[in-house]
Ligand binder design. Sequence first.
Ligand code: HEC
Length: 103
Amino acid sequence: MKIRIIILIILVFSFFSPLKSDEIFVKGKEIFLNAGNCATCHSLKDAGSVTNIGPNLNEIRPDMGRIKNAVVNGIGVMPSALGILTEEEIDAVSYYVSISSNE
Ligand code: HEC
């Protein structure tokens, strides 16, 4: 009886956890293409964007910290997204770029 409950718990968790991070990925992609305007300046294969105002994200393969820093503070001609994106949206787009640029 106990073992069934444990198996059930494992099944429920393995079903819901990937789904949750998937949702953030999809949300991040949406922000990359729309509200965040990232696709206007950055090439990223997963997003289908081809431009070279900013560095190609598949080439620099930035980690979460580096992306978040650029988005929050701005870097060079890249404007800060503070006041345009919420902190949650910044986290989502950073998550999306860190995963998709490393594939
Ligand atoms: C107006 C064009 C523009 C927009 C919009 C833009 N970027 Fe950038 N981005 C740049 C440029 C240019 C650089 C290079 C800056 C430099 O190194 O001087 C850059 C650099 C970066 C870097 C590298 C930072 C580093 O440490 O080298 C990342 C990551 C990045 N952008 C992600 C994003 C994301 C995510 C978005 C959307 C929220 C975005 N950018 C929106 C132009 C843009």
